[in-house]
Write a protein that binds this ligand. Structure first.
Ligand code: PCA
Length: 349
């Protein structure tokens, strides 16, 4: 009898010890969980940026720096990652892909979407901006409408950075618009397509990630792009002439899904927007500073860097006027208001 009682006592003690240990472990686990939560470890949000441009392109390097900065200040609530060169979404799919939730964020060149979102077309009206100062003024005049257009599609603008001025590359010397006739001209947005048509050349659409190969394999004779892209694609492999036509200074936009952004604390949202403002400023500086350096690289690779001959300049300006006349016929009040605001402010400087 005594033995039995003793046995039960031992069992009871064992139970209590075990129970105590479990309770202790449970308490400890709860503490860990709350610490993890406080540091956001439990709910780290992945934000993937889809971009068409190569990892060593200045636009992508700027985006990577932005992502790093945000990750550093986000206290583990989120992790931004950049997928360059169309590795997450194909270049033409990036904008729609982010609206459909296939990526949380993305970067595109605004004017490539001018058909779908006409207000983006203001960014590539030919011969409308003379340099970076004008380009910035145009950005200030259009930013609100761009934000509205994005918002309508469930997207939030983070920042916008221009490419260097868009100039003319050619395999042969160009002295007038007649030289364009019958040529194959690479295009990357509706404006470059329309210019090819107006010049009686044929437009050959090619994404920048395919451009180096397309040049090397003789797929076209002429292109309008920046000094940067000419260097990146080794334009000198087939083209020896570069004219400063200064067609436009087109901008990329970097955006995030509103749904994702709204899941973040207000404090983190503020930090993201602060980093975005810095990225915009840094990107404009990178673009501006790179142009002369990259034109020099074109020169050292035996490309003749020149201004446009008087006759061709005249032809191009008239072509630009025709383009803008056509545009005015279909432009909405908002688009015309942007142009008016820009030209008015520019004339007051
Ligand atoms: N490079 C990109 C866009 C503008 C630029 O300078 C391209 O050629 O597609």
């Amino acid at each position: 009898m005594f033995g039995l009682i003793q046995n039960r006592l031992v069992l009871k003690q064992k139970y209590e010890v075990r129970h105590g240990v479990f309770a202790g472990l449970r308490a400890l686990a709860a503490v860990f969980a709350s610490v993890a939560c406080a540091h956001g470890l439990a709910a780290e949000l992945e934000i993937r940026f889809a971009t068409a441009y190569a990892a060593d392109n200045f636009q992508t390097m700027n985006l990577q720096q932005f992502a790093r900065e945000v990750n550093n200040v986000a206290g583990g609530q989120l992790k931004m990652a950049v997928f360059p060169a169309g590795t997450l979404l194909k270049p033409a799919q990036i904008f729609v892909g982010v609206t459909e939730g296939k990526a949380e964020a993305g970067e595109v060149i605004m004017s490539s979407l001018a058909k779908e979102i006409p207000v983006f077309g203001v960014d590539s009206l030919p011969f409308t901006v003379r340099g970076y100062e004008d380009a910035y003024q145009l950005w200030m005049a259009s930013k609100q409408e761009v934000e509205k257009a994005l918002n309508k599609r469930g997207l939030k603008l983070l920042y916008s950075v221009p490419w260097p001025p868009q100039n003319l590359y050619s395999r042969k010397p160009l002295t007038s618009l007649a030289d364009f006739k019958g040529m194959r001209m690479r295009s990357y947005n509706p404006a470059s397509e329309r210019i090819a048509e107006l010049a009686q050349a044929s437009a050959v659409p090619i994404q920048v990630i395919d451009l180096e190969k397309a040049i090397a394999s003789d797929r076209f004779d002429l292109m309008i792009t920046s000094s940067w892209t000419g260097v990146e694609t080794k334009a000198w492999s087939k083209m020896q002439y570069y004219y400063r036509a200064n067609a436009w200074i087109p901008k990329n936009i970097v955006f995030i899904s509103n749904k994702i952004f709204s899941r973040l604390d207000a404090d983190i949202q503020g930090k993201i927007m602060q980093a975005a403002e810095q990225a915009e400023k840094r990107g404009w500086d990178m673009s501006r500073d790179s142009d002369a350096v990259y034109e020099n690289q074109l020169r050292s690779n035996k490309i003749k860097v020149d201004r446009v001959d008087a006759m061709l300049r005249n032809n191009l300006d008239r072509l630009g006027e025709q383009f803008v006349r056509e545009w005015l016929k279909t432009a909405s009040n908002e688009e015309v208001a942007i142009l008016l605001k820009y030209t008015t402010e520019r004339s007051m400087k």
